[in-house]
Design a protein around this ligand. Sequence first.
Ligand SMILES: *Cc1c(COP(=O)(O)O)cnc(C)c1O
Length: 398
Amino acid sequence: MTAFIEAASPHTMNTYARLPIAMERGQGVRVWDVNGKSYLDGLGGIAVNTLGHNHPKLVPALQDQIAKIIHSSNYYHVPNAEVLAKKLTELAHMTNVFFCSTGLEANEAALKLARKFGHDKGISNPQIVVYEKAFHGRSIATLSATGNPKVQKGFEPLVEGFIRVPLNDIDALKKATEGNPNVVAVFFETIQGEGGINPARIDYLKQVRALCDEKDWLLMIDEVQCGMGRTGKWFAHQWADIVPDVMPLAKGLGSGVPIGAVVAGPKAANIFQPGNHGTTFGGNPLAMRAGVETIRIMEEEGLLANADKVGKHLHAALEKALAGNPGVKEVRGQGLMIGIELAKPCGAIVQRAADAGLLLSVTADSVIRLVPPLILSTAEADEIVAILVPIIEAFLKE
Ligand SMILES: *Cc1c(COP(=O)(O)O)cnc(C)c1O
């Protein structure tokens, strides 16, 4: 069976360095592969499976929707799109939503919004501030906005119109934009995910909000990974008590059903006019039902509070168990978005953890990333620690 998995992809493109594992089913925070081996899911499909697997409320709702209608097209209204948009704007304190199907698509829409915001003001060469170590997706525009040369290499020429600065340095931002009348927006993740779980500081978030107000720039915050309750608030920037003008969402919004959204405040809500932007799959009945039910179940089950509580527990337990180990640089993040930075590249830990029955990933070469479903219990968090800590300790001794 294992040999079958290793040789199983001669017809799919070689885009992922996959582990020789294929999942068959899941239940809660556990999944089973085709050989019957079980894993604790510390990855949640990369911050996607908000409600874990086979959720007893989500599955019947999606079955009901599939039996009614999966897709109808944007020629017609989708009632649940309005329900979900209303809910998202209430949670975000913003006003309007555009639906799409993935994170890069949400970011692509945000970049188009920023450029048209500029053109509408008479700026014909709009510039958008982006960040070192940022990740915004794999389309030509979003990989150009991404701050990782590995993502860009081989796909040049990059899209123009970006100014790059380091995170958490307000002086660098001011200096890079000084006297530039073409700046239209500042675009970043509240907590950089692929870049290694790097949080923007609260004071920095407030300073950038104030600068964007002063200069009439759009504040665009990519909450594709850190949003949807993962940090213990609906959106991670809410820890700083600010409201962005544009907020792309995706990953956790549909609990596994592909969905993306761009939430806009008053400054950005009316930039797109009919014909400016669109997508075939975006906002379809299945995705909208998944979004509506995901948020409803999150509220019913108190998953924000759970992410906060269990996240703190997991964070503290990891810190305690790894304290004093010189090979561990830092445990960081918020809620159930946790990075453990080691002093050396640690990609090998992914397979070792899987062998020991734990799913996780490594980002930025040396940061172990945990983004489990938000239903994780403290007992399951303890289980993660019990499996992971000995693996880290052994790895660091090599
Ligand atoms: C994953 C991710 C994206 C890209 O989302 P896709 O659905 O893979 O296109 C964009 N921004 C952030 C912050 C992400 O984590």
